[in-house]
Ligand binder design. Structure first.
Ligand SMILES: [Zn+2]
Length: 373
């Protein structure tokens, strides 16, 4: 039986329901990330962007969740909860949920009660901040709201206390430390994800900030000052043309065989260290989390690119003999990835994005620093 039929026959469990025969995800499920951040179209031919779930009509919400599950997804990212459009042009206006734990919980339960092909419900992945200067007063206000919303669900949801792309955005490294320590102190059982900025998955500063508690240290980011509480690092690739160009490195199969201008170069820096333990780094689960979202949102690339990019990046963990999660499309056969493909009229190929805004941050040209440890 296909999943869509199972949903129709089984009915849809909503708020307050125990999920019927859909089991709750375990901590192991939560750390095994399979997502479609922004690489699918919906029944209307529009981009699926789940941070807009709070503002969607319920029919759109159900369509989005069932398509994510139908394409092998297990996780659904959303938050933060300020009112308005979550991304310019999305067309849905989110209500203000910054002080509405019941509403946040209701959405999480609807997600948890949506079946996946893995036997458990979809997994809420909740970003607790949306970026911007001076985050600490916002965190002080919102973390208690999220603590109430999440109540007894901590083993089944992923929380991202530092939100979208800290450090290269307006956060200082000391803010990252503050957020991680504070959220862990408030909810010690919370499973914590950390989403870095493009090609950068340590929250210590580079160039050095005076008040950086890690003082620019890289491996110690995951062992001290709050970084020790991170359970799932969530990698983000660069945006733009290089992401869509195949690796042509002559020594690609050797450890660290990628040339500096190949996007697999920085990825290998992190995969080798964080899940393969190179240089004695603390070993953690890991996800290739954001890849084509920027261009897909703008209809510059189609759903098929998600699988192509995921398979290209999969060469790196394969070489190191480790397995990663995938957040922005799975390295599955193209038929599966494009099951719902409906490229809207006017779709166009990639063009330069330098200097434009993404998640509220200016995209800076140039590469993230290479790891030195
Ligand atoms: Zn390469």
């Amino acid at each position: 039986m296909r999943l869509a039929e199972a949903i129709l026959i089984g009915g849809h469990h909503t708020i307050g329901g125990g999920g019927g025969n859909i089991r709750r995800p375990t901590r192991a499920d939560v750390l095994n990330y399979r997502g479609h951040l922004c690489n699918q179209y919906d029944a209307l031919g529009k981009v699926i962007w789940t941070p807009a779930l709070p503002g969607c009509p319920s029919g759109v919400r159900k369509d989005w969740l069932s398509r994510i599950a139908g394409e092998g997804g297990s996780h659904v990212p959303f938050g933060s909860f300020e009112p308005g459009e979550t991304y310019p042009g999305i067309g849905y206006i989110n209500p203000d949920w910054t002080n509405d734990p019941a509403a946040i919980r209701g959405l999480m339960l609807e997600i948890l009660d949506t079946p996946t092909q893995y036997g458990h419900g979809l997994i809420p992945t909740v970003f607790l901040d949306g970026g911007g200067d001076n985050p600490r007063p916002k965190l002080d206000k919102f973390y208690p709201v999220m603590k109430e919303a999440g109540a007894d669900l901590w083993d089944s949801i992923l929380t991202v206390p530092c939100g979208w792309e800290p450090v290269v955005g307006a956060w200082r490294s000391s803010d990252v430390s503050y957020g991680l320590e504070k959220w862990h102190d408030m909810v010690p059982e919370a499973i914590i994800g950390y989403h870095g900025s493009p090609e950068r998955l340590v929250g210590s500063s580079n160039p050095l900030e005076e008040d950086d508690p890690w003082q620019g240290g890289e491996s110690i980011f995951y062992t001290e000052h709050g970084g020790q509480h991170i359970n799932l690092p969530m990698y983000q690739t660069p945006h733009g043309r290089e992401l869509y160009e195949p690796c042509t490195c002559p020594r690609a199969n050797e450890p660290f065989g990628h040339e500096d201008d190949c996007p697999l170069n920085r990825y290998e820096d992190y995969v080798s260290r964080i899940i393969a333990g190179f240089h004695g780094w603390k070993m953690l689960p890991f996800a290739l989390w954001e890849t084509i979202a920027y261009e897909f949102f703008r209809y510059q690339v189609g759903p098929e690119q998600a699988g192509i990019v995921a398979r290209r990046f999969k060469q790196v963990p394969d070489k190191w003999n480790v397995v990663t999660g995938y957040g922005n499309g799975l390295p599955a056969p193209t038929e599966l990835m494009t099951q719902y493909q409906m490229r809207p009229a006017g779709a166009r190929i990639w063009r330069s994005v330098e200097g434009t805004r993404h998640h509220g941050h200016i995209i800076r040209p140039g590469r993230a620093p290479k790891l030195t440890e």
